[in-house]
Design a protein around this ligand. Structure first.
Ligand code: NCD
Length: 315
């Protein structure tokens, strides 16, 4: 079985890849599509291995897709939920890892609210431990960026000469940060971000990303339009925007989408807040690839788990 990114043991952010290894992961995910979709039998690549879903933040699609990805590679899965664990009794992240590791586990899928928590855990346990970042604070969500690139390639037929727009709460979005890094690395084309000043991430402008403070001019001529959820859980209550007011100025409506290319695709990492960042008429339109993104999550995470998980020595 091909190991697509030789030597890759920890995927903490897009910086752990180069364009070649990122494209190799996309190709491998593409090849795994039938198994990932449950239309072909599970593989035995990770038979006898155990993958831990170590989640300190809520999740639906990321947790479930990593779990399915591990099982469809033949691995066992351990589910850790912070809110029912001894975290509430004061156990640290590192001691939680040591506890589960002592029971014999091989790869770690970690989501945490702290920007640096997953990277700090990876540094503490050492580079030989297989870890994938499933979302850390506002900082990084590398597998989301990879599955989004896979979806763009499938729907647009290329990863170059594209105008890509990311809209909304960029400031608090690990999805936006990892996506813009990967898109720049792959040379995807013209990258744009449109956000109200309070939700903008000015540091992104230095990475060759054009920042807009109005949605309409940013949408002109776009091939790929990505809406983001307002990350209200990361905002002080006084600064949480009113949903209806946000929708009026920043909501992705059919009238606004008409400013993009006629064959533009609409993406959203989920969970969606309908009629806040995106109108149902857009989310449910043929331009939307939101459920493709979810399906691609299983294939992409199979490719990543296959690449990072050490194999059991042959008997
Ligand atoms: C995102 C996340 O958790 O970062 N969801 C996801 O993983 N698909 C985005 C969000 O929560 O808004």
């Amino acid at each position: 079985m091909a190991v697509t990114a030789p030597g890759l043991r920890q995927l903490l952010d897009i910086d752990d890849l180069d364009a070649g290894s990122a494209l190799a992961l996309l190709d491998r995910a593409e090849a795994l599509r039938e198994v990932a979709a449950g239309r072909a039998p599970a593989l035995a690549t990770l038979a006898g291995r155990t993958v831990v879903n170590l989640f300190f933040e809520n999740s639906t699609r990321t947790r479930i897709s990593f779990g399915l990805a591990a099982r469809r590679l033949g691995a066992e899965v351990v589910e850790f939920h912070a809110h029912t664990s001894s975290t509430s009794k004061g156990e640290t992240l590192l001691d939680t890892w040591r506890t589960i590791d002592a029971m014999g586990c091989d790869a770690w899928v970690v989501r945490h609210g702290g920007d640096e928590s997953v990277a700090q855990l990876a540094a503490a346990v050492g580079p030989e431990v297989a870890i994938v970042n499933a979302g850390s604070g506002t900082r990084a969500h590398p597998t989301q960026a990879l599955l989004d690139a896979l979806t763009i390639r499938q729907r647009k037929g290329r990863l170059h000469d594209l105008k890509v727009l990311v809209i909304g709460d960029v400031r608090h979005s690990r999805v936006a940060r990892s996506n813009l890094k990967l898109m720049a690395m792959l040379g995807m084309g013209e990258l744009r971000v449109a956000a109200p000043p309070a939700l903008q991430a000015p540091e992104l402008a230095t990475d060759g990303v054009a920042l807009f403070d109005r949605l309409e001019p940013a949408l002109a001529g776009c091939d790929v339009v990505m809406a983001l959820r307002l990350q209200t859980e990361r905002m002080a209550s006084a600064s949480i925007p009113d949903g209806a007011a946000f929708f009026r100025d920043w909501g992705l409506t059919p009238a606004r989408m008409a400013l993009a290319e006629p064959d533009a695709i609409v993406m959203h990492p989920g969970p969606m807040n309908r009629e806040v960042e995106i109108a149902s008429a857009v989310a449910d339109s043929p331009a939307a690839v939101i459920w493709d993104q979810v399906g691609n999550g299983v294939a992409m995470r199979m490719a990543v788990l296959e690449a990072i998980t050490p194999r059991r020595p042959q008997a």
